[in-house]
Write a protein that binds this ligand. Structure first.
Ligand SMILES: [Mg+2]
Length: 188
């Protein structure tokens, strides 16, 4: 067996959640834990618990674990939580959750994106910004509010989803191929 990471006992619950997510997403890997004293630090009474995998799966597991660690695990809190709380309070004070199913929220997001576009219609960039910056600001806010509401309804951790998408985009658009190019990844 090989060690991937070690946690202090007080972080046991966090490790349990990490393992649940790893087992759910990558069931082929034999994710396990091992309880042990920290032998390197003699006299330290802290008990550690480690995430371990069979040696034959180590390389694959290490890559998967590092990628998930970089983007954040699903259960972890998100930088958007305080904003979502404020938006949901606004919604609940008005008893609007009954209307907020994912389909209608997605329609609303698209309508708000069109309202954003409307500010640019028949204008140059400069004209649009000079004339409509306040409206543009409002409509961007509307788009993001609906994005947060949809994520909340579908229990998507938006911070993690964005990090994962950037990770995917890095694979799709390697710097050496896409630098200074507006081509789609299929044409690179
Ligand atoms: Mg609007």
């Amino acid at each position: 067996m090989e060690y991937l990471d070690s946690f202090e006992m007080e972080d046991r619950k966090k490790l349990d959640k990490i393992i649940a997510e790893l087992k759910d997403k990558y069931p082929k890997i034999n994710w396990q834990t091992k309880l042990h004293d920290n032998e390197e630090m003699k006299g330290n009474p802290t008990i550690f618990i480690s995430l371990i995998v069979p040696s034959s799966q180590y390389e694959e597991a290490q890559q998967i674990y590092q990628e998930l660690k970089d983007v954040g695990f699903d259960f972890e809190s998100s930088i958007f939580d305080p904003l979502i709380e404020e938006i949901v309070d606004f919604r609940d004070e008005r008893n609007w959750q009954q209307f907020h199913n994912p389909k209608d929220l997605a329609i609303s997001l698209s309508l708000e994106a069109s309202e954003l576009l409307e500010n640019f219609q028949w204008k140059t960039n400069k004209e649009a910004i000079d004339d409509n910056i306040d409206n543009i600001t409002d409509e961007i806010a509307d788009v993001v509010i609906y994005a947060l509401l949809i994520s909340n309804e579908l229990e998507i951790n938006l911070e993690q989803a964005i990090k994962e998408k950037i990770h995917k985009n890095r694979q799709k658009y390697p710097v050496n191929k896409s630098f200074g190019s507006s081509k789609k990844y299929t044409d690179l």
